[in-house]
Design a protein. Structure first.
Lengths: 289, 501
């Protein structure tokens, strides 16, 4: 693109020689400050190549003189964090659940840990407020399927419910309708019976018809009075708390299909300290039992 | 003065008859290439003696003494708390000022103080002109100090001008380097004192010299060293003229009744040299000796009238008084006066000074209001701050027996200097509704011990039996007591009555 140097008469600036419809482009030099910053960036890049990991290779990459690694930094930061928390963590690991709950300082630490663990792992099913939903137990009230003492909660978290663990808590509500254990009208009568158990108005004739069916099929787990059994995870049918819904349709559906949810065995993922903290958190927020 | 920025005149296109603008003429003077900057005209203020100079000396010593001594003052506070009288404790999130300690939440006191200071500045400006600029502004104080050092090494005005014009010699070299070294030492001391306001001074002082102080301390000292050295040493009056917004803002506070350093042209004009043998009839008192110009640290001629550069330091008044005594005329040809008084005298009227004007009344009223609010806020400041945060998720929990339970987090900030044990109770629901999770004790009253100057929180659950629930939202009040300290915080108990499960 060699051309005669041409100076624009108006501005006194050289032109690039490009012309469009009589308009010529000025060859305005880059501002000096901009140019120096640009050169500075080039120099920075060169130094960066030498000091920091930058070039990909066949089997690895250039590590740079500083051997910087984001992964190693994270490991170091986490180790630092653990060292910082060592005092409380040590006390937590040696103290019993009851001791933790009685010691305000230790309880505060456990609650803080528990809250963050709960938010990351448990809130998915049990809700961010821990109130659960249909099929997911409410952890804030005083009704417990598998027991609400510290030890019971710790065990449920560690081994889960119907989870892939030999020690898991296990119970099975049969699908009385779907598996044709009971006749459809028997299931309908049982529905009325269960409604009556929880102190609500029900069809008296149906209740009378269902009484022997209940004693024969349900009382084994739920007890003759329908009070449930926490050792077997059988819910109390006389209270106002319903995992799969309180209305007749929901109760009928549950007797017919026998739903049963799964809670993972968190012992595979959390260390003992985390489970302890989580136990205290859940126990405290449920008001303690 | 209008400055035209002319981007074209850097290039010659034919003979020019002369510079077309100030910028162009400035550029023509500068070597090499077009420049948008006006080169600084060096100013060599001459030493002057007199009334205002004495006031300036006194204020210089006083303000510098306050700045350097304050961080070393000690103040007794209970064990574990800082013993420094004035301390901005970022790490501990407290501001200590003798018997007062402020929490970050109380930053409005600082805001109020700044607003009051601004209003005071407005009022003083409206009444007496730019007293701040001339006497108390750090830029003025430090520049004054730097000129003292300059004079010490290089002599007064004439000697300095001669030295600057002279070729480099050993004499010039040691004087110049000596001056800059002392300047840097002062600059370091400025930054050094600054950091002492932010950490325990004696401790930081020891750490600083052995390299154990926080990095921020060294950075702060470096930044303040740089700014002090450049602002007071090399930039001086340019800071006031170009960088500081105040000279431009203060025009709105001044009027013809504001006192300002004024050349009384009614008395001074027509000016001209005066021989001892001549009389004073038919001429003004100004003998055109130029002393008011050579002593001016801003490099202006006060006889041109009030101007944005003038910091009202009064040094020209001192210089003029000296001359007036010598020529046997009354003093105060240049003095603090008002435009209106000058105009009155020129018209042969008796000058009227009006301190009480609409402007000053407004400023005084605003200042009184803000100061009053501050005093009231301080007088009613509580030694405890009690906050009740109701759980929002879940808003309430229904228990198996039909009772309802709400969760609350109680935050107690103990703003006293003693450890306090607070008793917390609840009204609006049965007394035994209140309890701490995980603890079965239900006594109706909870206790919480909070260390001095700290904040602690307590999670409580309030469970109301079905028969106590009368509405979907029930008012409750949490009460906090510790001796004479008391706080009652209203909250609500949401029962879900309108939303049966």
């Amino acid at each position: 693109m060699s051309h005669e140097k041409e100076t624009d008469a108006h501005s006194g600036m050289e032109t690039t020689g490009h012309e469009w419809d009589g308009i010529k482009e000025l060859d305005t030099p880059l501002p000096r400050w901009w140019l120096w910053i640009f050169y500075g960036c080039i120099a920075f890049a060169a130094v960066y190549w030498i000091l920091m990991p930058s070039w990909p290779g066949i089997t690895g990459y250039s590590h740079g003189l500083l051997h910087d690694s984001a992964r190693a930094n994270v490991v170091k930061d986490l180790a630092g964090l653990q060292a910082q928390r060592a005092t409380e963590a040590n006390r937590l690991s040696t103290a019993s659940l009851e001791t933790i709950e009685k010691d305000p300082q230790l309880q505060a630490y456990a609650l803080a840990v528990g809250q963050s663990i709960f938010g990351d792992n448990c809130a998915t099913c049990h809700g961010s407020g821990g109130t659960g939903g249909k099929g997911y137990p409410n952890l804030r009230d005083d009704v417990w399927l598998w027991g609400g003492s510290l030890e019971d909660i710790q065990r449920t978290i560690t081994y889960g419910v119907r989870a892939d663990d030999p020690n898991t808590r296990f119970s099975q509500m049969p699908s009385f309708g779907r598996d044709k254990i009971l006749q459809p009208d028997q299931v309908s009568d049982l529905t009325e019976y269960v409604v009556a158990l929880s102190h609500r108005k029900a069809d008296a004739a149906a209740v009378a018809r269902a009484a022997p069916v209940f004693q024969a099929n349900c009382a084994v787990c739920h007890g003759p009075q329908g009070l449930g059994n926490q050792a077997m995870g059988a819910p109390n049918l006389t209270d106002s708390d319903w995992l799969y819904g309180a209305d007749r349709a929901s109760i009928h559906d549950q007797i017919w299909n026998g739903h049963g949810g799964v809670m993972p065995a968190w012992g595979h993922r959390f260390d003992a300290n985390t489970i302890k903290a989580l136990t205290v958190y859940i126990h405290a927020n449920a008001g303690g039992k | 003065m209008v400055t035209v920025i002319d981007t074209k005149s850097g290039h010659s296109d034919g003979p020019r008859k002369g510079p077309v603008s100030v910028a162009a003429s400035t550029r023509a003077k500068g070597a090499g290439g077009p420049s948008l900057y006006k080169p600084r005209t060096p100013i060599y203020p001459k030493l002057v003696h007199g009334r205002w100079r004495m006031v300036k000396w006194a204020l210089l010593v006083m303000t510098l003494a306050i700045y350097y001594v304050t961080p070393w003052l000690r103040w007794h506070r209970p064990e574990g708390l800082p013993q420094q009288a004035v301390l901005v404790d970022f790490a501990g999130r407290r501001f200590y000022f003798f018997a007062i300690q402020l929490w970050p939440q109380e930053v409005y006191f600082i805001t109020g103080l700044l607003v009051a200071a601004a209003l005071a500045l407005f009022l003083v400006s409206a009444l007496f002109g730019r007293l701040w600029c001339g006497y108390a502004c750090p830029q003025t104080v430090w520049t004054d100090l730097y000129i003292v050092v300059e004079r010490l090494f290089e002599g007064d005005r004439n000697a300095r001008m001669k030295l600057d014009a002279a070729p480099l010699s050993f004499d010039k070299a040691w004087r110049k380097s000596g001056k800059h070294l002392v300047w840097i030492a002062i600059a370091v001391a400025t930054g050094g004192a600054w950091i002492l306001y932010f950490q325990d001074a004696p401790t930081l002082w020891r750490q600083f010299w052995v390299g154990q102080a926080p990095v921020t301390a060294y950075i702060s000292v470096a930044v303040l060293t740089f700014t002090t050295y450049s602002l007071a040493g090399t930039m001086r009056e340019q800071v006031c003229t170009y960088m500081c917004p105040w000279p431009r803002i203060q025009g709105a506070m001044l009027d013809e009744h504001s006192l300002q350093i004024t050349y009384r042209n009614d008395r001074g004009e027509p000016r001209g040299p005066h021989k001892k043998t001549e009389g004073w009839e038919g001429r003004g008192d100004c003998v055109d000796c130029n002393q008011c110009v050579v002593v001016c640290p801003m490099g202006i001629d006060i006889r041109d009238g009030a101007q944005i550069e003038c910091i009202n330091c009064g040094l020209c008044a001192d210089a003029c008084d000296e001359i007036m005594v010598r020529v046997g005329r009354p003093q105060a040809l240049i003095s603090y006066d008002t435009d209106s008084a000058v105009a009155d005298r020129a018209a042969g009227r008796k000058p009227v000074y009006k301190l009480v004007r609409a402007r000053t009344i407004y400023y005084a009223a605003a200042l009184a209001l803000v100061t009053g609010l501050m005093v009231w806020g301080f007088a009613t400041r509580s030694a405890v701050v009690f906050d009740v945060l109701r759980d929002r998720n879940p808003t309430f929990v229904r228990l198996h027996d039909g009772s309802i339970r709400d969760g609350y987090t109680l935050k107690v900030a103990n703003r006293s200097f003693e450890r306090q044990t607070y008793v917390i109770t609840l009204t609006g629901l049965p007394a035994d509704s209140l309890k701490v999770p995980g603890q079965d004790v239900t006594t109706g009253a909870l206790t919480l011990t909070v260390p001095a100057n700290e904040v602690d929180s307590l999670r409580v659950l309030v469970a109301a039996p079905p028969e106590a629930i009368t509405a979907a939202s029930m008012p409750v009040v949490f009460h906090l007591r510790a001796g004479k300290t008391a706080a009652d915080v209203p909250s609500v108990f949401l029962s879900g009555a309108a939303n049966p499960q």
